[in-house]
Ligand binder design. Sequence first.
Ligand code: 13P
Length: 256
Amino acid sequence: MRIPIIAANWKMHKTSEEATSFVSQLGSQLKAEDALETVLCPPCPLLALIAEPCRKYGFKLGAQNMYWETAGAFTGEVSPLLLKDLGAQYVILGHSERRQLFGETDQQVSRKVRAAFAHELVPIVCVGETLQQRKAEQTNSVVGEQVSIALRGLDPSHVRRVVVAYEPVWAIGSGLTASAHDAAAVARHIRKIIGEMFSLKVARDLRIQYGGSVKPENIDEFLREVEIDGALVGGASLDPLIFAAIVQNALGAVAS
Ligand code: 13P
């Protein structure tokens, strides 16, 4: 049984006051739910600040990135040890903005995924093709390679807990979305690759989110696909009322 997971990726947005006010507004809109996990991923300096209110309302906390070392002379980096210490349970890894703007490679993502599990953080591993790759019909090969490098060498007991976020690069912040049907086909391909690498059981157990211009009006379409277990939400996660509507509509889709 895969519990759907809706995660807010705030990217580089919000001050401390905006963050605390968001959590209390979201908390007043949603009641604690076992049927769905709600995860907030603020910029790292805000983690400690919202950890307690998140606990109170039953929201989980995630980071947006980390380094793979536990400590040391790595100026500007944040360790998995510290993320865990600050209350994070999840960490987004390999987001396309990190890959494109900061040159992150599949190999680095793989090291980070292993480090996350070493510190009991669950990685949300982002994969997705560019528009050019989609037009060249390379979606499955690109996504397949990203997934297999990110997960290779992992213990199957860890792989089944991974969350894969399929985020087509061209759908991020563009207002364009993959059709739910296409996103489900890519999710099926991801499970096929993982089934071959590990086992069918592992492939069936892990959760796959869709990301890219998700909003209250389209979330149910994605969640009605059996292959899709949630969403990673960027722009529409910045307003507590809009994000609450996404979570509520997701719950409705799961229940129907
Ligand atoms: P948008 O929802 O703004 O398209 O961003 C998606 C994303 O990058 C989430 O990680």
